[in-house]
Write a protein that binds this ligand. Structure first.
Ligand code: GLA
Length: 655
């Protein structure tokens, strides 16, 4: 199978989404000149070009794309060609209203923006396949082409009638009989029993709380329906160019797609990362998405999009201060990226994203953004030969799962303050600040390579996942689970006793009496630290070791953190310092050391292959002790004993 190594060949890919149809062709010449000067070696074209390629049904206007690909090839710039199927032209919706998705309220999602397609629409799929076929037939062998990019950030839902039919078919495959579905969905509650498949609809707007398993299955179905769209196009392009790898770009920690599942069907795993430059933990977010994507890819991965300056989808959109783009880009390389690309090459002057930055901003060639992009290109060129294809090792893994996230997001829960993605982030932050290299893993996945596995919060765990975690501990691993883990089974049915019995046994919990969610801002004493968000009324088994107990309030004296051997349970969300300390203790006991000891706060060290990346996420210079003698790949020369990193400074040291 072709993969990212076949494209990089010792160079880090550098470039971005290139939408030249927004510009007169004279500008293209200027584009390639600036690309060459910046070291751009890869651009993604065609992402939103459907209306330009097929201005009316069945028409084909390939002339401009022929000229563009030839121009790029002439300048040695590789092309990632996208199938333009994320944004159908207006004619598709007008002539075939059934291609338009419906929202939960039954309202049509109209054209005039993008992504107005129903994943289940036969007509949409037909037109998408026909254009993909012609595109692949025409360009599949083009010498500029390096990989295929299918669609863009698959993320749509559809509650309409065609989707309802596909949902029913999906449910029939999953459950086979209505009895099995009624049992799984617990339809005895509130008179929801289904007597015919035809009665089943997507979870549309309803009077009160919806059936949670119906909602969960709708999310599973939606991820699968979108995946079918991806696979249909992937199969077409692969038929025409079996030598080229195929990807689709994920959104980071996006709820709509089970990225574990999807990644198995991609030759290259790519993701779009947009940390808020004002977030003091932007670097942690960037690291987390890198760690997650690397593990989905089982190796090098691709930053398909990031912003060279501000985005325009937040309430307030901040530019990147000088140096931050470089820092975050090199940080992604440290975490395993072999491609650093942006949305988009040239900042638009019209349309909904005209205030979203580009690699060439409205300020043009002399603007700070382009000048910094150029410097970044030079840095990446220096690193390419030493870094591409190498591995970023970790002995700690965070377990993350979409089914559990979906089950967790519903109404009718004990606390609407519990947000899965924030918990994943809090636990990853603790590991990141502790300087521990971290992977991500699936609950049913292979865990044997890790010394420590942490489960921040998996409310739903399948039986296979529970067995996997138990086997991991039985084999000598250390497992730390966060609150409300293992409470439900695969059908979102609460497990007897409020937590899986095998897990209770593992942690030394005799009984879960009640869950006690906390109010916003409320904290609870736990000995040396304070817990937030959640607490639990637990009764420990006799041989459990109580590591910390609640103090004050209703839970006074009851266990907050407990363990039995290598199985730890934390029944609250400790404040950041405390969670970091707890996980550091577990890691130390398990023999896992930080990448580099004694780093000041805000300085990150990452090993990739035999390189050591040092990254200063702070605005003040720092001096670091680095024992031994190293080659400084970015700065040139040799580093002996210590190095100074300026504001947002990065050093990459080789033996
Ligand atoms: C996503 C999309 C791009 C663009 C950017 C803006 O990543 O794929 O087309 O809208 O967001 O940040």
């Amino acid at each position: 199978m072709p993969d990212l190594n076949d494209v990089t060949r010792g160079r880090i890919l550098f470039g971005g989404d290139y939408n030249p149809e927004q510009w007169p062709e004279e500008v293209w010449q200027d584009d390639v000149r600036l690309m060459k000067a910046a070291g751009v070696n890869s651009v993604t074209v065609g992402v939103f070009s459907w209306a330009k390629l097929e201005p009316r049904p069945g028409a084909r206007e390939f002339g401009w794309l022929d000229r563009l690909l030839d121009l790029l090839h002439q300048h040695g710039i590789g092309v990632v060609l996208a199938t333009p199927t994320a944004s159908p032209p207006p004619w598709l919706g007008r002539l075939h209203p059934d291609t338009l998705p419906r929202d939960e309220h039954g309202q049509i999602v109209w054209w005039g923006s993008r992504q107005q397609f129903s994943h289940s629409s036969t007509v949409y799929r037909h037109y998408a396949a026909a254009l993909t076929e012609d595109l692949a037939a025409r360009y599949g062998e083009h010498p500029a082409l390096t990989m295929w990019h299918i669609n863009n950030e698959y993320c749509t839902y559809d509650w309409g009638d065609e989707s309802a039919r596909a949902f029913r078919a999906w449910l029939q495959r999953r459950y086979e009989t209505l009895d099995a579905l009624n049992e799984a969905w617990g339809t005895a509650f509130w008179s929801q029993r289904y007597d015919s498949w035809a009665e089943i609809i997507p979870p549309r707007r309803a009077q009160y709380l919806k059936n949670p398993t119906q909602v969960l299955d709708f999310k599973r179905f939606t991820s699968d329906a979108l995946l079918e769209c991806y696979l249909a196009e992937r199969d077409i392009v692969t038929r025409h160019s079996p030598h080229l790898p195929v990807t689709t770009n994920f959104m980071p920690l996006w709820t709509g797609q089970d990225a574990w599942e999807w990644a198995q069907h991609e030759d290259i795993v790519s993701v779009d990362i947009y940390p808020d430059p004002k977030d003091p933990l932007a670097g942690q977010f960037n690291a987390m998405i890198g760690d997650m994507t690397r593990c989905q890819a089982h190796g090098p991965w691709m930053v398909m999009e990031q912003a060279a300056g501000p985005v325009n989808f937040r309430g307030i959109n901040h530019p990147k201060p000088r140096g931050l783009n470089r820092l975050l880009s090199l940080q992604s390389v440290a975490h395993g990226a072999d491609a650093i690309c942006f949305f988009q090459w040239r900042q638009s002057r019209q349309g909904a994203e005209k205030f979203h930055s580009g690699m060439v901003s409205h300020a043009g060639e002399h603007g700070r953004t382009y000048q910094e992009v150029k410097e970044l290109g030079a840095d990446l060129a220096r690193l390419g030969p030493a870094v591409t294809g190498t591995h970023t090792p970790a002995q700690v893994a965070v377990v993350h799962d979409w089914d559990s996230w979906w089950a967790d997001q519903q109404g009718g829960r004990l606390s609407d303050q519990v947000r899965y993605e924030e918990l994943i982030r809090a636990w990853h932050r603790a590991l990141w600040e502790a300087g521990l290299a971290t992977d991500f893993a699936r609950p049913e996945g292979e865990l044997g390579a890790y010394r420590v596995v942490v489960v921040p919060h998996l409310y739903l765990l399948t039986d296979a996942a529970v067995e996997n975690l138990l086997a991991y501990v039985a084999d000598g691993g250390s497992l730390v689970c966060g609150f409300h883990t293992g409470a439900a089974d695969a059908d979102d049915r609460v497990r007897e006793g409020g937590m899986d019995g095998r897990l209770r046994e593992l942690f030394g919990i005799r009984t879960v009496h009640e869950w006690w969610p906390l109010d916003p801002g409320e904290t609870v004493g736990c000995g040396t630290f304070r817990g937030t968000l959640w607490s639990e009324e637990l009764e420990a088994a006799e041989d459990a070791e109580v590591v910390a107990s609640y103090e004050g309030g209703e839970l006074d004296g009851l266990p907050a953190v407990l363990r039995r051997g290598q199985g730890w349970y934390i029944s609250t969300l400790p404040e950041p310092d405390a969670l970091r300390e707890l996980l550091t203790t577990v890691a130390r006991e398990a023999g896992v050391r930080p990448v580099l000891d004694g780093l000041p706060a805000g300085v990150e060290a990452v090993r990739r292959g035999d390189l050591l990346f040092l990254l200063n996420h702070g605005r003040l210079p720092v001096e670091l002790a680095v024992p031994g003698t190293h080659r400084d790949l970015l700065g040139g020369g040799t580093v002996e004993g210590s190095i100074t990193l300026g504001r947002y400074g990065v050093a990459v040291l080789a033996p």
